[in-house]
Design a protein around this ligand. Structure first.
Ligand code: GP9
Ligand code: MN
Length: 620
């Protein structure tokens, strides 16, 4: 009797694992995405419903075949979980098929991804270590046989019930957040509400659908809606119009430089003394947000040079490197500028070698063109990069546009021995402490670089813009940011508030210097510069920050701010920016939310259908 029970338990170990262990894994994973507070009422039933669909298919198979089928499902789910967790810690997003397709890029960030992979994640594979040998060594001896017709009936019933339940949760989410499921603009929220399995199935479905969509021409109505929007997004400008024509343009994109580092002190010592000093003679945009998606640094570059939104999944630098753009370098080039990109790293990283050509950069000074005589963190030190860059700038034919990207302050900021002796006091040994050390180091090198530009007489004939590319502290380390800022238990808005990056624009003779607090983001850099340099404002989604009264910033996940209210898409909640408290959705806010989604959709269509090329051909 006892051996019969054991035998039957082993016979059905796969089903037991699928009903008990796999749901536990998915719920635990869901908790990580939501910092411990998953939306249990929808997540748990969604998980069971999606698993039940697989179970109902498996149930039709016999013993060994069923065991192996469910085991393969378990293995695939586990791979998704491990991939998602690792990816989430670094990118604050969940992995999607386009990202896997662009996996080569991930190969290049191995060190970063490696540093966010936790050994404790291996707990997710413990069950497999037991189940695999059991299933493969077990001799299936049937103690009782369920009739085929009964099997089919149970299977069909489970399938229908679980499909209906799943459909209900998908429907509920589609009502609560329209367009979320069709665009997947907020992947974390989908996984949080519907579970990882449903999210990945949806992702696969969307990839297939996207490829089909790409091959279907855009409707004339949609195309004209896009044109109408783009036309309406240009306005007559007064302030500084054409004022910088013929001047050089130097844009410095600083790795992970966040707003909260600027002006802050530790034990009375400034974290960024050089930038603090420099910003007194610059226009300082202190309400400027990064708007990147999963393309990280490349998205920041993409937006700053094109004023288009990043791709909803993957990186535009990979997915749309073959498109035509009316980019900043291309328009400056048309005005006789020499255009150069400078970044002392592997030229293929983020597909830059391909994309820079496409964007209209004449030269790309990469790792191959620098003497890698000193490395800090991920590659060439900012000190070496910036020092060698001054010499390169001196030799460029004027007027020029030089687009520079720094590297030393790259996550995980663990090359502390090279960052110098900045004392971070109580933050010593923490991620935030190490980050501040790295930024202090980069600030020192930037100070040296800016001084050299002054001494060489470059500054007086150039516009110099400097901004941070994206966040520095992953959400999983929110506690450290709370401690540093003194804001305990940050709400969703407060977290977003700390996602600002500084933008400083220095004009010759410190023209226009002062703090500008208009709500703005990386989309807005190009239109602002275009006005000063007398460039055409064609097909841009951003605004000229110096000639706009109202600032709106739309984020890739559908969040937005109009300067007064802030909508956080991940939790579908609105906040008053002044009181930092939750508010309810008004008609105007609902319209603004839809406008944001419309703009994201228009930009996506432009990328998907290479519309700028089409628009350019039409106006030729
Ligand atoms: C490397 C650098 C890093 O070239 O730009 O990109 P990131 O990992 O920050 O997206
Ligand atoms: Mn970066």
């Amino acid at each position: 009797m006892k051996s019969k029970i054991i035998n039957n338990t082993i016979n059905y170990i796969d089903i037991i694992a699928f009903i008990v262990i796999v749901p536990i894994k998915l719920i635990e994973y869901g908790k990580t995405l939501t910092s411990g507070t998953p939306s249990i009422p929808s997540l748990v039933p969604s998980i069971f419903a999606s698993l039940a669909i697989l179970l109902s298919i498996g149930f039709l198979l016999k013993n060994k075949k069923r065991s192996r089928f469910l085991l393969i499902c378990n293995v695939i789910i586990t791979i998704f979980i491990l991939g998602d967790l690792t990816y989430y810690r670094y990118f604050k997003d969940i992995i999607s098929i386009p990202v896997i397709i662009n996996g080569l890029m991930l190969g290049a960030v191995k060190t970063s991804v490696g540093s966010v992979f936790k050994i404790s994640d291996l707990v997710y594979v413990i069950d497999l270590c037991f189940i695999i040998p059991i299933i493969y060594s077990h001799k299936y001896k049937q103690e009782f046989e369920i009739k085929r017709s009964v099997k089919i009936a149970i299977s069909a019933l489970t399938f229908v019930v679980s499909c209906s339940l799943n459909t209900y949760y998908f429907y509920k989410l589609s009502i609560e957040q329209p367009r979320l499921l069709t665009t997947l603009y907020n992947k974390v929220y989908v996984a949080k509400e519907l579970g990882s399995l449903n999210y990945h199935m949806l992702d696969i479905f969307i990839v297939v659908q996207n490829n089909i969509q790409k091959s279907i021409p855009l409707s004339a109505n949609k195309e004209s809606a896009i044109k109408t929007y783009l036309k309406s997004n240009t306005s007559d400008t007064q302030n500084l119009k054409n004022s910088m024509q013929g001047k050089n343009l130097i844009v410095i994109q600083v790795e992970a430089l966040q707003q909260f580092a600027i002006g802050s002190k530790i034990n009375g010592v400034e974290v960024t003394p050089n930038l603090n000093k420099w910003l007194k003679s610059t226009m300082y945009f202190n309400n400027y947000y990064y708007q990147i998606a999963s393309g990280g640094t490349s998205d920041a570059e993409f937006m700053s040079n094109n004023s288009l939104y990043p791709a909803p999944q993957g990186a535009a630098y990979y997915l749309y490197a073959g498109n035509e753009y009316n980019s900043l370098p291309k328009e400056l080039k048309a005005k006789g500028y020499n255009t150069s990109a400078l970044h002392g790293y592997n030229q293929t990283f983020w597909n830059r070698n391909v994309m820079y050509k496409q964007l209209g950069f004449d030269n790309f000074y990469s790792e191959n063109n620098y003497n890698i005589n000193e490395t800090v963190g991920m590659g060439i030190s900012d000190k070496s990069f910036l020092t060698q860059s001054v010499d390169k700038l001196k030799n460029l034919k004027q007027p020029y546009y030089a687009f520079m990207i720094t590297l030393s302050s790259h996550f995980p900021y663990d090359d502390v021995k090279h960052y110098g002796d900045f004392n971070v006091g109580e933050y010593e040994g923490t991620l935030l402490g190490n980050y501040l050390k790295s930024i202090h180091y980069t600030d020192e090198q930037l100070g040296m670089f800016l001084d050299k530009l002054d001494k060489e007489g470059i500054s007086k004939n150039s516009v110099i813009a400097l901004y941070g590319d994206h966040y520095a502290i992953p959400k999983s380390d929110i506690g450290e940011l709370e401690k540093f800022t003194g804001v305990s238990s940050m709400n969703d808005y407060q977290w977003m508030k700390y996602q600002k990056v500084p933008l400083m624009i220095h004009l010759p003779n410190a023209l226009g210097a002062g703090v500008k607090s208009i709500a703005s983001g990386q989309m807005d850099l190009y239109p602002t510069l275009a006005n000063m340099f007398g460039l055409p404002i064609n097909d841009l989604f951003g605004k000229d920050m110096l000639n706009s009264t109202k600032g709106t910033v739309n984020f890739r996940d559908g969040s937005f701010t109009d300067g007064n209210a802030f909508y956080v898409a991940t939790t579908n909640s609105y906040f008053n920016v002044t009181t930092e408290k939750k508010i309810s959705e008004s008609k105007t806010l609902n319209e603004e939310k839809n406008n944001a989604l419309n703009q994201l959709g228009y930009s996506d269509d432009i990328l998907r259908h290479n519309l700028i090329k089409k628009f350019n051909n039409e106006t030729k």
